[in-house]
Write a protein that binds this ligand. Structure first.
Ligand SMILES: Cc1cc2nc3c(=O)[nH]c(=O)nc-3n(C[C@H](O)[C@H](O)[C@H](O)COP(=O)(O)O)c2cc1C
Length: 166
């Protein structure tokens, strides 16, 4: 890796993010991958972006199915985030998911929220594939502290939650 790539990696590790699990289906079974590259990009129409390593099984599945789900994790779901990030292992997610949207999407149980998207656009960028999803269905659950990721560690949004949601 070049010096610039190393420093870029270190720099982006200093951007604290929320943590999501992107859900899809592999062999007819729920599959989840941990993703922090997720953001909203438009409200009219509602569009969301995720960026996935192109060689991930999830990327292939989403290309095929033309839809995906995004569950935003709460701070008691580090185990789910770790399960979705284990390199080189199958990420069948029955243990962590149930159905949402009349059985049309797999969501992570007890996540803060789950957003179901239809693929609207795909952009290949370097070694990643950017999916822009048109939001078709949203389930917002109980408000809890979010799971955060910073400098290769999981953590919490301490104390400030009450102020932030007012
Ligand atoms: C906090 C966190 C955030 C991540 N964000 C992304 C991401 O935005 N896009 C991505 O492709 N991989 C991301 N990953 C890595 C994937 O979760 C991981 O590479 C993948 O699960 C490895 O699976 P594979 O060996 O089956 O390819 C992230 C991992 C962690 C722990």
């Amino acid at each position: 890796m070049s010096e610039v790539t190393d420093l870029f990696k270190e720099s982006m590790g200093r951007l604290a993010t929320g943590v999501t699990v992107v859900t899809s289906e592999v062999d007819g079974r729920p599959w989840g991958v941990t993703v922090s590259a997720c953001c909203s990009i438009s409200m009219e129409p509602p569009l969301l972006l995720i960026s996935l390593f192109t060689k991930n099984a999830s990327t292939e599945a989403i290309m095929e199915q033309q839809r995906f789900g995004v569950s935003i994790l709460s701070n008691d779901q580090t185990n789910v985030a770790k399960a979705g990030a284990k390199p080189g292992t199958a990420k069948f997610f029955e243990e962590f998911t149930d159905f949402d949207h009349d059985g049309k999407t797999h969501r992570v149980k007890d996540a803060l929220t789950h957003v179901h998207c239809k693929v609207d656009n795909v952009v290949v960028a370097g070694d990643h594939t950017i999916f822009i999803g048109l939001v078709e269905h949203v389930t917002v659950s109980e408000m809890k502290q979010p799971l955060l990721h910073f400098h290769r560690q999981f953590g919490s949004f301490i104390d400030e939650l009450e102020t932030a949601v007012k």
